[in-house]
Design a protein around this ligand. Structure first.
Ligand SMILES: Cc1cc2nc3c(=O)[nH]c(=O)nc-3n(C[C@H](O)[C@H](O)[C@H](O)COP(=O)(O)OP(=O)(O)OC[C@H]3O[C@@H](n4cnc5c(N)ncnc54)[C@H](O)[C@@H]3O)c2cc1C
Length: 467
């Protein structure tokens, strides 16, 4: 199977890149190992700078930003507490600000669960081309010798489940009519059929010499095929294997901080406001969610291995005398935090994007947004180069693209990592000092410093401000 661009990983970053490449007219294929969108609770915050950029992404029914806004909650204010005493609020809205029209339109942080965010993106991708995304297809290796050399393509081995195999088949049929020379097409289809038959044979229990080795790498329901691409973009997340296949190391810190979070029915009077408690025993954060739900994030003394819901409830009771309610408790999970960045953002014809390139602490809620900023950076550099040469996917243009993307985006990723760390540090016990309280109170009281805090939370000034 052949494609110009192969995106590995259909999380928020891979989906967005696929949408942009399709709109730009590239032959681009997205593979995702999962059969459906994960409902594991992760990101909820989409920042104004991102909404401004997604407002320029049309779909059949409004822009992507419009569709998110229809499903989400607009947070215009965050209330700050010291222990349980209210010390002020940070305003994200346009009140008393010199915002331009676009900034006024998006003067809020949008709260939307990550699976909803991804659903809208996936719909937008499938609307453009239903054959351009294959679920249940996992990259299992990349031809190592191909990354560096000017061979013109990377060979990616992928494994599919039987159901996904039919999708792959459909895609091959599309290629037969559109892109691939007849001879190559016949070869690819033959290979696909062969693997499919092998899968069926193993399923039926037949045993042949040489099968044992294959059985190690694929189960009876699976088939294996090869995808050849001029450019591979790995959006396979923080645990993705591509970085290791490329031999790229990562640097960073694993913080000692640990948290529990869960989504519950909203019994508070905060409405659409967020609330942050800088409590002597540890940070508590609370965010509105669609459907009259609320997310609680609570700092813990150590990683909670078992029954996180029980611990979350007892910590909320201890710190705030707050009962979070009983619904959605299945979404309670414990997590650790880290700030990691890949030593290189790609090699040869394989680039890294999103969490596979950088991971920032989720406290501050900027990791997914950062991934999209990186995707925007990559696309705009590509467009700039394409103006110079239509051969943007050939050497030496790809090398230039990678170095420009890396130079610009690494700076932003490091800055976001620092901001997220600052956010996290302020919620630690050792920061619970009277002088910290005094500084915070003043910062919240004065308009300029309040606006600066709002801008830092909403990812403004990246790349141009020193902090
Ligand atoms: C608790 C928590 C809260 C968070 N809150 C926020 C927030 O409020 N705001 C924010 O901006 N960020 C937040 N984040 C961070 C955010 O979730 C991540 O930054 C974001 O998911 C990264 O997107 P991604 O597309 O790069 O990777 P992922 O979302 O990890 O997606 C990677 C995809 O690749 C697929 N994949 C992996 N390997 C393969 C393979 N070999 N073949 C095919 N597919 C593969 C995976 O199945 C997955 O679907 C939070 C994170 C956590 C843990």
């Amino acid at each position: 199977m052949k494609t110009q661009i192969l995106i590995v990983g259909g999380g928020p970053v891979g989906l967005y890149l696929q949408y942009r490449f399709l709109r730009l007219g590239f032959d681009s294929l997205l593979i995702e190992q999962r059969n459906g969108i994960s409902h594991h609770s992760k990101s909820i915050g989409i920042h104004p700078v991102i909404l401004e950029s997604f407002a320029k992404c049309p779909t059949g029914s409004g822009s992507i930003a419009d569709r998110w806004i229809d499903a989400g909650i607009k947070i215009r204010k965050g209330i700050a507490f010291w222990n349980q005493n209210r010390i002020g609020e940070v305003r994200f809205d346009a009140q008393r600000r010199k915002f331009d029209a676009q900034q006024r339109r998006f003067d809020f942080i949008l709260a939307l669960p990550q699976w909803e965010t991804e659903r809208v993106l996936e719909d937008a991708v499938l609307e453009l081309n239903p054959e351009s995304m294959l679920r249940g297809v996992k990259a299992i290796s990349m031809e190592p010798s191909m990354h560096w050399k000017n061979t013109g393509e990377v060979v990616v081995q992928v494994r599919t489940e039987t159901g996904a195999g039919q999708q792959v088949e459909a895609r091959l049929q599309v290629e037969a009519g559109q892109q691939v020379a007849a001879g190559q097409q016949a070869g690819a289809r033959q290979q696909f059929k062969k693997y499919q038959q092998e899968g069926t044979r193993q399923q039926s229990g037949e045993h042949h010499a040489g099968d044992d080795q294959q059985a190690d790498t694929k189960s009876a329901r699976e088939t294996q095929i090869e995808i050849r691409a001029q450019l591979v973009i790995a959006c396979d997340g923080k645990h993705g294997a591509t970085r290791e296949w490329l031999g790229i190391s990562k640097t960073g810190v694993r913080y000692p901080d640990t948290y529990i979070m869960g989504d519950f029915d909203d019994h508070t009077s905060f409405g659409t406001d967020a609330a942050v408690y800088l409590h002597r025993d540890g940070l508590v954060e609370s965010f509105p969610l669609p459907g009259e739900k609320r997310r609680w994030v609570v700092k813990t003394d150590s990683f909670c291995e078992e029954q996180p819901e029980l611990l979350l409830r007892s910590l909320l009771e201890e710190r705030l005398q707050q009962d979070p309610g009983s619904q959605n408790a299945d979404r309670v999970s414990a997590f650790r935090v880290q700030h990691e960045i890949a030593a290189e953002f790609g090699r040869g014809r394989v680039f890294l994007a999103g969490d596979s390139a950088h991971v920032v602490s989720p406290i501050g809620g900027q990791g997914m947004n950062l991934g999209w900023l990186g995707a925007d950076c990559l696309i705009s550099e590509m467009m700039a180069l394409q103006g110079v040469s239509e051969e943007v996917l050939s050497e030496p243009w790809l090398a230039t693209l990678l170095s420009r993307y890396e130079k610009k985006h690494r700076k932003i990723a490091l800055q976001v990592g620092k901001r997220a760390e600052w956010n996290m540090r302020i919620g630690r016990r050792e920061s619970h000092k009277p002088w910290v309280e005094a500084i915070l109170k003043s910062a919240l009281r004065y308009r300029k410093t309040n606006q600066l805090l709002a801008d830092l939370f909403t990812m403004r000034g990246l790349g141009s401000w020193p902090v």
